[in-house]
Write a protein that binds this ligand. Structure first.
Ligand SMILES: *Cc1c(COP(=O)(O)O)cnc(C)c1O
Length: 419
């Protein structure tokens, strides 16, 4: 084995090395409930920290604009082959730098500025890139936003159909970032077909659940599927676009040279590792446990008097409306953070408060499930949350919970963090 003659990060830059160690400690000692976050494995982190970052390889495997691509081509082809197998799709582009650029590439492939597009509105759990006004997708396109019903906070497919027939969008998005229920991909397909729209399923949040077989897949009905690789999929930060063969050329051209330059080859290698991990039988067990935990956590909070929007969850996340408790989401989130329980404040459907100071919090179980926590642990997490939310300005309670949480976390070592 070759050995290093160069100094290490800690020797060269102790300041940054210490901050990375501090982050390791923070992630090890807290209960992380942000549903878009996870713990990537040591193998995934190693690949994404590799020297493949040194390479420039504009283009695609065997069609590059630079020489020296013998290894990089093999890496990219491996990542693509594994993802094709994992998601049962005809074509995969693993080059998007992240989820938002993947979505932007889809617009570039199918739309012209000013075209009409349709997506789930941000206040209903949609993503900025699906046409929200402050995003480029809302600024450069005529964006129509559908929402959830006030009665049950679920996506109103009648409204989706009515709006689609009225506005005839070029492109129809389904998927979101704060929607706790299954998506009816076939119903979206029928509407897209009726109005002649391209149907794009953005599975950024649920990719790992789909890969693990615990959420229906849009692979047979969507024209295009976009995703991140770092959320429930447990890969490095990155994005992917999957599609039917007929759209492959348009998608590839839109990513490069349309939107991006050289691909992040270290990320591509790490995506291949994540796909390899997700193809193991243990990943199905993981995905099922994510959902089981999410349901257990949501119902434990419900039993303590909390309003869980839609009455529960089908996936990895839930939205808790704290209006009944009279505690603003931000106040709860900040107190919980001090107690070692990390989540984000979030608008709830038809929120009467402002987006910067909304009524709810969003919780999710991908990260804590990666540490091996199961249903009994969810009951404890709910109990700690309840103690803190009931006394957000009581330092004694918060310190006590923080101590218990840190002690508890020791029994669940996190992937990717040395102990
Ligand atoms: C997270 C997310 C994205 C964007 O991903 P980034 O990597 O943060 O750019 C896009 N769509 C949905 C639905 C998401 O949840």
């Amino acid at each position: 084995m070759p050995s290093w003659k160069e100094p290490s990060l800690a020797q060269v830059d102790p300041e940054i090395a210490k901050l990375i160690e501090d982050e390791q400690r923070l992630e090890a000692r807290t209960i992380r409930l942000i549903p878009s976050e996870n713990y990537a494995s040591r193998a995934v982190i190693e690949a994404s920290g590799s020297l493949l970052a040194n390479k420039y390889s504009e283009g695609y495997a065997r069609k590059r604009y630079y020489e020296g691509q013998q290894i990089v081509d093999a890496v990219e082809e491996l990542a693509i082959a594994r993802m094709k197998q994992l998601f049962s799709v005809e074509h995969v582009n693993v080059q998007p730098y992240s989820g938002s650029p993947a979505n932007l590439a889809v617009y570039f492939a199918f739309c012209k500025p000013g075209d009409t597009i349709m997506g789930l509105g941000l206040p209903s759990g949609g993503h900025l890139t699906h046409g929200w006004s402050v995003s480029i997708s809302g600024a450069y396109f005529k964006a129509v936003q559908y929402g959830v019903r006030e009665s049950d906070q679920r996506i109103d497919m009648d409204q989706v159909r009515d709006l689609a027939k009225q506005h005839r969008p070029k492109l129809l998005w389904c998927g979101g970032s704060a929607y706790p229920r299954l998506l009816d991909f076939q119903a979206f397909r029928d509407i897209a077909t009726e109005v002649g729209a391209i149907l794009v399923a953005d599975i950024a949040h649920i990719a790992g659940l789909i890969a693990g077989g615990v959420h229906p897949s849009p692979n047979l009905v969507a024209d295009v599927i976009t995703t991140t690789t770092h959320k429930t999929l447990r890969g490095p930060r990155g994005g992917m676009i999957m599609c039917k063969k007929e759209h492959a050329a348009a998608i590839d051209k839109a990513v490069f040279p349309g939107l991006q330059g050289g691909p992040h080859n270290h990320t591509t290698a790490s995506i291949a590792v994540a796909a390899h991990e997700a193809l193991q039988p243990s990943f199905k067990v993981y995905a099922q446990q994510v959902v089981d935990n999410s349901k257990a956590l949501a119902s434990a909070l419900f039993e303590r008097g909390y309003h869980v929007t839609t009455g529960g969850t089908d996936n990895h996340l839930a939205l808790i409306d704290l209006s009944k408790q009279g505690v603003p989401g931000k106040v709860a989130a900040k107190a919980l953070d001090r107690a070692g329980i990390v989540l984000n404040y979030n608008s709830v459907p038809f929120d009467k408060r402002k987006p910067f100071d909304p009524s709810g919090v969003r919780i999710g179980t991908p990260a804590i499930t990666s540490r091996g926590m199961k249903e009994p642990e969810m009951a404890r997490v709910a109990e700690w949350m309840h103690r803190v939310i009931a006394k957000t300005d009581d330092d004694k309670t918060i310190d006590a919970v923080r101590g218990e949480v840190e002690e508890f976390c020791k029994a669940f070592p996190a992937p990717g963090i040395p102990t």
